[in-house]
Design a binder for this molecule. Structure first.
Ligand code: KIV
Ligand code: ZN
Length: 522
């Protein structure tokens, strides 16, 4: 009988990365994996190794470094996928292969073009084959939410007999209602004779906004693993959000009677990290991690909160690592004051060299704004991290001229990765377009701008503006972000960030696709 706690299976790096524009570099995936390990997740699904050289490398690198979590690789129910995942997971201390295929008639007929019996046999074979490599095999019955429960029970019994140690029941299309989902999980416990030999996992999508409700309903009926992502990112409307499940089980522990092993104090910082690296902005009213999750604006609510926080707050923001108080810094705060506050916010700098550019930007902002808030600091640190993490083109100067009687014109000066300085100028439909055209003249990577959004980090005319953009190249979408008090500069930085990511990811993919010298000689 598996131990009674809810295992957290984080799939931010696999299902989450399937969100359009969320492509991450291997180094970024490693950074997220380290943060997940610190937070105490049980299993990290690090990627789908056969899907791309980048995914293979991410699973390999995470397997080599992460020791406290099980590291998992996804496969289809095919030998070549399983061979590839086993190879990528070789260095893992606790490797898991996650294999499976469709269980609904819809998937069996239209996607797999096979029969129920053949699909069942293929799943059983895949589990047996994966067990040759690892002890820990998880089986997914894709689209279980729309499958015939009788058939699903047969599949689950057969794959457990074949050696699956976890059975994943996905609501792939986010179609199911919570009562139906609970009943399905209960059916498995009632009708699959060997069900207690495996951990039952739920993997719920959010197409009808029910992913968290369904996952929790699964737990009520016996599931002891929940698959989820940070900020709920994932295919289409996303996946179950990790922070919602963890905090629901914690806040309502008497109701559920079972908890996770997550240290929730990491939730806030990891939510920021994932949002910064994927470029997927967290909606302000998002439960637990949204900007407004702990903001009280109506007079009646503010009055209640001042009398006693419990009147309108069911979670203490400190429990998820939201910094305790809004300390306002000014130019006089000095290096020590800034560093201290940043540490309280969860940003630790390994040396003076990495801290200095942040301090200089803080001083420049404090000069303009007089007082600098925590949100400003978070924006500066995230922007600086973006600049430092990519060894690509650097923006040295941007200058625009525009107005109602002039043609928008921009001049840019960039430093190339090789260290040379190049400048160019262009006209555009507006000032941002002119800047982007000028940058294109220097960098020359064909792409299409598909999304542009801007938001103020804090209130007031002197606020930092944060620009998020998405560009498309060769069918792939890349996100870029930039922050500055000047929105044209923020826009230029966002474009440079997206282009540098595009260049780096496409280069890494090309390099991994190239045969090794030895292979080339063969
Ligand atoms: O949604 C789904 O069914 C999946 C499986 C591959 C587990 O992501
Ligand atoms: Zn999924």
């Amino acid at each position: 009988m598996p131990e009674d706690y809810v295992r957290i299976f984080d799939t931010t790096l696999r299902d989450g990365e399937q969100s359009p524009g969320a492509a991450l570099r291997v180094s970024e995936k490693l950074e997220i994996a380290r943060a997940l390990e610190r937070m105490g997740v049980d299993i990290i699904e690090a990627g789908f190794p056969i899907s791309s050289p980048g995914d293979f490398e991410a699973v390999r690198a995470i397997s080599a470094e992460i020791k406290d979590c099980i590291v998992c690789g996804l496969t289809r129910a095919r030998k070549e996928d399983i061979d590839c995942a086993a190879e990528a997971l070789k260095g893992a201390r606790r490797p898991r292969i996650h294999t499976g295929l469709g269980a609904s008639d819809n998937h069996i007929q239209y996607k797999l073009r096979t029969t129920r019996e053949k699909a069942l046999e293929q799943g059983v074979e895949a589990v047996r084959y994966a067990r040759r490599y690892v002890e820990d095999v998880q089986y997914y019955a894709e689209d279980a939410g729309r499958a015939d429960p009788d058939y699903l029970c047969r599949v689950i019994e057969a794959v457990i007999d074949a050696g699956a140690t976890t059975v994943n029941i996905p609501d792939t299309t986010g179609y199911t209602m919570p009562e139906e989902w609970g009943a399905l999980i209960r059916t498995l416990f009632e009708r699959v004779p060997n069900i207690h030999k495996a951990v039952v996992s739920v993997h719920c999508h959010n197409d009808l906004g029910l992913a968290t409700a369904n996952a929790l309903q699964g737990v009520r009926y016996g599931a002891r693993q929940v698959e989820c992502t940070i900020n709920g990112i994932g295919e289409r409307a996303g996946n179950t959000s990790l922070e919602e499940v963890v905090m629901a089980l914690r806040t309502r522990r008497a109701h559920f009677g079972v908890e996770t092993r997550i240290d929730p104090r990491h939730i806030y910082s990891i939510s920021r990290l994932v949002s910064d690296l994927t470029g997927i902005v967290v909606q302000p009213n998002k439960a637990i991690v949204g900007r407004n999750a702990f903001a009280h604006s109506s007079g009646i609510h503010q009055d209640g909160i001042l009398k006693d926080r419990s009147t309108y707050e069911i979670i203490d923001p400190r429990d998820i690592g939201v910094p305790e108080s809004e300390i306002i810094l000014s130019a006089r705060s000095g290096r020590h004051g800034l560093r201290h506050r940043l540490e309280e916010l969860g940003y630790v700098f390994k040396d003076a060299e990495s801290f200095e550019p942040v301090y200089q930007r803080f001083l420049a902002l404090a000069d303009k704004k007089k007082t600098v808030s925590d949100r400003d600091l978070e924006a500066i640190v995230a922007d600086q991290a973006r600049i430092m993490s990519l060894d690509g083109y650097a923006l040295e100067l941007v200058q625009v001229s525009c107005g109602n009687h002039s043609m928008p014109t921009a001049t840019v000066r960039l430093r190339t990765p090789e260290g040379t300085v190049k400048a160019d100028a262009a006209l555009g439909a507006g000032p941002v377009d002119a800047v982007y055209q000028a940058i294109n003249r220097v960098i020359g990577v064909p792409n299409e701008l598909i999304e542009f959004s801007i938001k103020a980090v804090t209130e007031g005319l002197d606020a930092i503006g944060e620009v998020t953009i998405r560009i498309r190249s060769d069918g792939q979408v890349f996100t870029g972000r930039g922050a500055d008090t000047d929105i044209i500069v923020a826009s230029a930085k966002a474009y440079m960030n997206a282009l540098n990511r595009l260049i780096a990811i496409q280069r890494e993919d090309r390099e991994r696709a190239l045969p090794s010298e030895e292979e080339a000689r063969r």
